[in-house]
Design a protein around this ligand. Structure first.
Ligand code: WTA
Length: 648
């Protein structure tokens, strides 16, 4: 039986849905939108308005709803006592938590009061910098309830990164924790926020939720304890908060992501389209069945956590599991313990996690009861066949379909994926587009690549029409949205990825074609890392490229011209200077952007017009020093030999 009228349950139903979505997208999505709770319906005929030249995309503009009523209130009738969130703490011996739909609803409403009491208004930007505890989901949803725009910043970013994001979003409010537990580490979140706020005159209040009870400074008039604020609301007996009616096209959140330029972009998603699309993809890709426990291992600080821990699963009334820790703490069997303990049905993780766990052998898997698993998923980077088969055999025991979901921060939800057990899987291939997603491959000149006969073709992956959760703008700079995504090829959204397409229409993502790296499934722009390295005193110039890394997918390789004090060290091992540079990158961006390798060089291969030839640097980093291609346009070909010799 179908759990939802729009749940696709056969290949031919998929084909029909796809065809309908192409013929009449407005009608296709309106049929699904009918199933949600609206304050005001859209005007028939005005479901969709778009052009990619500005770009402008409007789904159901003029209609009104609140996303949290669709995630919470509408489940209270039949799922009030059903678990909405399960929480597994970092340390396995600490008790977990269970929040029913009713409990979550009440907490969200109470925290919405807290926000309101402290002056947060519809449209205000609220930065959330917290560890993976239920209060993070509560904070996100309370913002949505009052119509404030949340901007979650992953707990691994540095004070400088937060400061840049606060400034860009002109955020007036911060929600954080004293600290966060991650594996063996305690991360002092509040103290990082304090550093980020030096010189900031825009942020009015900081709410601090207690987790690690690490000592924190609390400034009078600015810093407030979460618990005190909640207690005040509880004492007043408040458990409801009227949801703010939002226009379908009002912004829901901003999420910053790396691009090929130095500065992160604030990707903006809007209320209705994002709700529809995360819901539709959640129930279809994973073939979610009522009562199932869904475990997405991402952090809510990334888009995967937004869409498939919070919004998608709750929109479906599912039980979503939130895990505070890391896969290898206290040992590499942690995921399997969690699956066993909570009888997890859907496990959604990243290839990098699978590869790293594979490295520990089968010991940590043995003795764990994984028989509850029904569907496995991967996201964030291409999955190599070895990891795919290991996941299939040892985790799914050959019985669980694996969905390889391709998507991006900008796309809001999965765009290419098989539907679990419904459309065929092909290891290493994300396979078919979701209904509503009109893909095409183009060559460098923007000409569509069309297959001759049964050949597999390759090209740059583009999309020719809007699906509901396409980004609407980059916050505060619409031109940037245009130049980044819609200018490379006229009237197309360009993903930045290259892809293959086989004769059956399956897609395989080959990786980024721009200067963006994918390190452990996280996007990092090379320009951002270069900017950070160049801020280190003594660094004259740097160039950053990716190279294949067994666990991380891609590693970061930095070529650095260094003439500062201690320069003599770089003629020896250079290890101290390397560590200084890593420290600088950690300060400027965060530990996730630290280069894996740093090579000191005296010059970089440049063309006569001064452009760094990254192609050459990439080849050297990959170890393909004999196949550098044409180097005749180089200003000084001699520098290449030196770089080859000094490869680390
Ligand atoms: C890559 C993560 C291959 C891709 C949801 C994309 C993938 C970038 C896959 C977006 C996949 C994501 N197969 N590559 N299944 N999923 N990618 O914004 O390069 O953090 O452009 O969103 O990750 O990363 P982001």
């Amino acid at each position: 039986m179908k759990a939802y009228p729009y749940q696709i349950s056969s290949l031919s139903e998929y084909q029909d849905a796809y065809q309908q979505s192409m013929e009449n997208p407005a009608q296709f999505w309106a049929h699904i939108a009918e199933h949600f709770h609206w304050h005001k319906k859209w005007t028939p005929g005005a479901e969709l308005n778009w052009n990619f030249s500005e770009p402008k995309v409007e789904w159901f503009k003029g209609a009104q709803l609140n996303i949290t009523e669709n995630l919470l209130d509408r489940h209270l009738a039949d799922k009030a006592h059903h678990p909405a969130l399960l929480w597994e703490p970092n340390a396995p011996d600490e008790a977990g938590r269970l929040l029913t739909y009713k409990k979550l609803y009440e907490k969200v409403c109470q925290f919405a009061h807290v926000l309101k009491n402290n002056g947060v208004q519809k449209g205000d930007r609220v930065c959330i910098y917290m560890g993976m505890i239920p209060e993070l989901a509560i904070a996100v949803l309370a913002c949505a309830r009052i119509g404030a725009i949340h901007s979650v910043v992953f707990g691994g970013f540095s004070a400088q990164s937060i400061a840049d994001r606060l400034y860009d979003a002109q955020a007036t409010f911060i929600i954080t924790c004293d600290g966060a537990y991650r594996g063996a580490k305690d991360i002092p979140l509040k103290s990082v926020i304090d550093d980020a706020l030096i010189g900031n005159h825009v942020v009015e209040k900081v709410i601090v939720c207690t987790r690690t009870r690490t000592p924190v400074s609390m400034l009078k008039g600015r810093d407030l304890w979460w618990e005190d604020e909640m207690q005040r609301v509880e004492e007043m007996g408040l458990t409801d908060f009227p949801a703010e009616p939002m226009d379908a096209e009002d912004p829901l959140f901003i999420l910053y992501t790396s691009g090929s330029t130095g500065k992160p972009k604030g990707v903006v998603h809007t209320v209705a389209g994002y709700l529809l699309y995360t819901h539709y993809t959640f129930v279809n890709v994973f073939q979610y069945q009522p009562g199932w426990v869904h475990f997405c291992t991402a952090d809510i600080g990334w888009i995967t956590g937004h869409s498939y821990i919070v919004y998608g699963p709750l929109s479906a009334g599912a039980t979503s599991l939130l895990f505070e820790g890391v896969p290898t703490f206290p040992d590499a069997g942690r995921f399997w313990d969690i699956v066993d303990k909570y009888k997890v049905n859907i496990l959604y993780t990243a290839p990098t996690a699978i590869r790293s766990l594979m490295g520990f052998g089968l010991g940590p898997v043995q003795g764990k009861n994984l028989s509850s698993l029904k569907v496995l998923g991967t996201v964030g980077e291409p999955i190599n066949e070895e990891a795919w088969h290991w996941y299939d055999q040892h985790i799914g025991k050959g019985k669980c379909p694996i969905v390889d979901t391709w998507w991006q921060t900008e796309t809001g939800g999965c765009l290419i994926s098989n539907l679990a057990g419904i459309t065929p899987a092909k290891p290493g291939w994300a396979t078919l587009p979701m209904p509503g997603v009109k893909l095409l491959l183009v060559d460098e000149n923007g000409k569509e690549v069309v297959a001759q006969g049964e050949e597999t073709v390759s090209g740059n992956l583009c999309i020719a029409a809007p699906w509901p959760a396409i980004l609407r703008t980059t916050y505060g700079d619409h031109q940037r949205c245009r130049t980044n995504y819609f200018a490379a090829y006229p009237d197309l959204y360009f993903t930045g990825d290259g892809a293959l397409r086989d004769k059956d229409g399956n897609y395989r993502i080959t990786g980024r074609v721009d200067d963006v790296l994918n390190v452990s499934g996280h996007r990092i722009g090379t320009a951002e890392v270069e900017n950070a390295i160049n801020m280190h005193a003594g660094v004259v110039e740097s160039a950053v490229v990716g190279y294949p890394h067994e666990v991380k997918g891609q590693g970061i390789y930095a070529y650095v011209i260094y003439q500062g004090s201690h320069a003599q060290d770089t003629h020896g091992s250079g290890d101290l200077v390397r560590k200084d540079i890593l420290q600088t990158v950690t300060r400027i961006i965060g530990a996730i952007a630290k280069p894996d390798k740093i090579q000191f060089v005296s010059g970089l291969p440049k063309t006569r017009s001064g452009k760094i030839m990254r192609r050459i640097l990439r080849k050297i980093a990959e170890g393909e020093t004999d196949q550098l291609g044409d180097t005749s346009t180089l200003l000084d070909p001699g520098v290449v030999d030196e770089i080859k010799r000094g490869r680390v």
